[in-house]
Design a binder for this molecule. Structure first.
Ligand code: SF4
Length: 339
């Protein structure tokens, strides 16, 4: 089992549930907009949020952001150690340092001492894109991470999280396997620069699901060229797929076809929103009453949409046929009652 660190009130590692993270995509200097986005990702299930700190103004804005955030805030630091010091002063709950671009050991030690005095953990976050590497990238990112870890340990700093990310699926998996063998600090997992929504989801799933199956990873961020809420939803979906956590019900829905008579996507989204937080249920949302109930018989409960009426079923048995709105209401009530 990995060691654990406390990020604000969220534990990472040591057998704690894998924490879901994302990054804000607003200009951090605009504290109001950033806080608004944090509340939105919090609503989507985000447990730790990271903000880019590109300059002093952003580092200073962090103080207001931390106060307005319902979840722990991580300061993402590149190049300038002074941004880390100001972020610590602003009350950030964790620092992310990139060993690829803060190279002066004395400066890293200084940040470590300051973080230690405030009980703030540091993530050593190596990205293959930030380092000069040869052909053995997986090994190199791990070595660079471990060298940085050693600098922190020399300051008797142990509140460490490590990540080794690349944009290549196999390399990322291999690097994380090596990292897991090489140290027992919690691992922040992710595939970097994974791409736009669909491509990014496929690539991130290909990289992260095998790692989750192997028990590698203590906190997860799915990087997408998309709104951060989508990253959070994707992370939860992966955790649910491997059965390690559950944020809402497992919804199975048909792809729709020429038999579909209602707007299934709209209804599906209405049902999903209403059932956020309902855990451990498999709910089927099907596009027709001809095949729907049969195709979804393994679900705990479900609904099959006809032209104006819907069949509601539970445990494979039909409960009745109702007008659409009534049927949706009955399904939602049933799922909530049973929770
Ligand atoms: S459940 Fe009905 S609408 Fe959905 S794919 Fe199957 S046949 Fe088509």
């Amino acid at each position: 089992m990995s060691k654990s660190v406390l990020v604000g009130n969220v534990r990472i590692g040591g057998g704690a549930p894998i924490a879901v993270q994302t990054m804000t995509k607003t200009d951090t200097r605009d504290a109001k907009k950033t806080i608004e986005q944090i509340w939105r990702v919090y609503g989507a299930g985000c447990e730790i949020v990271r903000c880019a700190i590109p300059d002093m103004e952003a580092a200073k804005a962090l103080s207001e952001i931390v106060k307005g955030s319902p979840i722990p805030v991580v300061a993402d630091i590149h190049f300038d150690y002074r941004l880390a010091l100001v972020s610590l002063e602003a009350g950030c709950h964790k620092l992310r340092l990139n060993p690829g671009n803060i190279k002066d050991k004395e400066k890293i030690r200084l940040v470590a001492r300051e973080a230690k005095s405030r009980s703030v953990p540091i993530r050593v976050g190596v990205n293959a894109g930030s380092i000069k590497h040869t052909n053995n990238v997986s090994n190199e990112v791990v070595q660079i991470a471990l060298e940085e870890v050693k600098i922190l340990e020399d300051e008797d700093f142990r509140d460490i999280v490590v990540s080794v990310k690349t944009s290549d699926i196999k390399t990322t998996i291999e690097a994380n396997r090596l990292l897991r063998k090489a140290c027992d600090y919690p691992i922040h997992m992710g595939l970097t620069e994974s791409g736009p929504l669909i491509q990014g989801l496929v690539r991130s799933s290909a990289a992260l699901l095998p790692m989750l199956e192997e028990g590698i990873g203590d906190t997860i961020r799915v990087s997408l060229t998309e709104d951060p809420e989508a990253e959070v939803e994707a992370a939860w979906s992966m955790l649910e797929t491997v059965g390690v956590r559950s944020f809402g019900p497992t919804i199975i829905s048909c792809p729709t076809c020429g038999r579909t008579r209602q707007n299934l996507r709209g209804k599906l989204s209405e049902i999903r929103m209403a059932l956020k937080g309902v855990k451990g249920k498999k709910i089927a949302v099907m596009g027709c009453e001809v095949n729907g109930p049969g195709e979804a018989k393994d679900a705990d409960m479900g609904i099959a949409f006809g032209a104006t009426k819907c069949v509601v079923f539970r445990g494979g048995n039909m409960i009745g046929t109702f007008d659409t709105d009534e049927a949706v209401r009955i399904l939602i009530e049933m799922a909530k009652e049973d929770n």
